[in-house]
Design a binder for this molecule. Structure first.
Ligand code: KG4
Ligand code: ZN
Length: 342
């Protein structure tokens, strides 16, 4: 990193967070503004693309202006925006704003990959101190990816999900449970079930984690899709197993819901811990970097920290405000890709 810092304005609009941030090349976060659209999408239990694009359009000016209150646009040396993957209409808003500002103020712009952004959320959290190579696991609502990261800008992708992403499967289980509780509470007027139903919202990951705390992770033996002959993942089978289990039950009680959440979470986390530690051994890589929204899960963090202690591995997670989608990670990734090209 340079002594004379380069200030990077980051813009993120790939999904349901409208975000802008300024990060300098010494890993100082000058601003990190996130407008979360989650409440808007909650009634639909998922992101509605058109609603997301319209809301980015309405909020982008506000977040960019707010990110630039502590530092003037005249001091910005680079503008980095999420180029892909993501919702097309949503991405277009961020790119248009980045390019327009770049043109008006003669600032270079760079488009970065959102997944690189998640990896850089951890690099930024540890101020560039994590050594290469490391095993990277990205677990978000849209992606599950295992790779070996060789430098700030080079990674070898080993595997991805063949169906649902980890976050997506948490969200779908929450949706499934809420429908079952709704049906049951209509049939039998049960106050406990009705108050439990109120806890279900979008995204479902944090809800499942909260309810899992009251349940027994060993209560139901859901499958563990280790697939150790490939580096890919597959989570749709666990989802189907939960559906069949729910359908086989005569009554839905809160205790059953808690046990399903705990057992489902256990099965996902067992799969991830086994596969990632196996990759670390196979590639002789002691460092593991875990990013994406699901990395906020405290139980997952605990399980990875335990295995790290046993196997003498180092595990790194993003710091607060950097695990779900944000623009600070896009600034950091943009800085490295830009300086790599120069
Ligand atoms: O990285 P992110 O903010 O957006 C994408 O790039 O997709 O990830 C959002 C995902 C959602 O699926 C959400 O349910 C999940 O992260 N998530 C969690 C937790 N917090 C967020 N999943 C499990 N446990 C959590 N505590
Ligand atoms: Zn993301």
């Amino acid at each position: 990193m340079t002594k004379q810092p380069i200030n990077v304005l980051g813009i993120e609009t790939s999904c349901d967070e409208t975000a802008a941030a300024v990060v300098d090349s010494n890993y100082n976060i000058i601003s990190n503004i996130i407008f979360s659209q989650q409440k808007l999408h909650a009634p639909y239990f998922g992101v509605v693309p058109e609603l997301a694009s319209r809301t980015h359009y309405e909020k982008i000016q506000y977040v960019v202006k707010k990110a630039l209150t502590k530092i003037s646009i005249k001091k910005i040396n680079l503008i980095s925006y999420t180029e892909q993957p993501g919702l097309k209409g949503a991405l277009l808003i961020g790119k248009t704003v980045a390019k327009t500002l770049g043109y008006l103020y003669s600032i270079p712009t760079i488009g970065v990959n959102h997944l690189w952004g998640h990896i850089h959320s951890v690099i930024l959290s540890y101020r560039g101190k994590i050594k290469f190579p490391f095993v990277s696991l990205i677990i978000s609502g849209g992606h599950t990816e295992l790779s070996i990261v060789e430098s700030y800008t080079e990674r070898k992708v080993l595997g991805q999900t063949r169906d649902d992403a980890v976050g997506e499967s948490f969200d779908k289980i929450a949706k499934l449970l809420s429908f079952s509780i709704k049906k049951e509470s209509k049939q039998r007027k049960n106050a406990k079930l009705l108050s439990l139903l109120k806890k279900f919202t979008y995204p479902g990951g944090p809800v499942v984690e909260k309810l899992a705390k009251y349940g027994d992770p060993k209560a139901i033996n859901f499958p563990r899709p280790y697939m150790l002959d490939s580096w890919d993942f597959s989570f749709s089978g666990i989802k189907t197993a939960v559906l069949y289990y729910l359908n086989s039950q005569k009554r839905i009680q809160p205790e059953l819901v808690y046990n399903i959440c705990a057992s489902f979470q256990e099965s996902i986390i067992d799969t991830l811990v086994t596969k990632i530690t196996y990759a670390a051994e196979k590639f002789n890589c002691r460092r593991i970097v875990i990013s994406g929204g699901v990395s906020a899960n405290q139980y997952l963090r605990k399980r990875f920290m335990q295995i790290a202690k046993q196997k003498l591995l180092e595990v790194y997670f993003p710091k607060k405000n950097l695990f779900t989608d944000n623009a600070a990670m896009i600034s950091c990734a943009g800085y490295h890709f830009f300086t790599d090209k120069c």
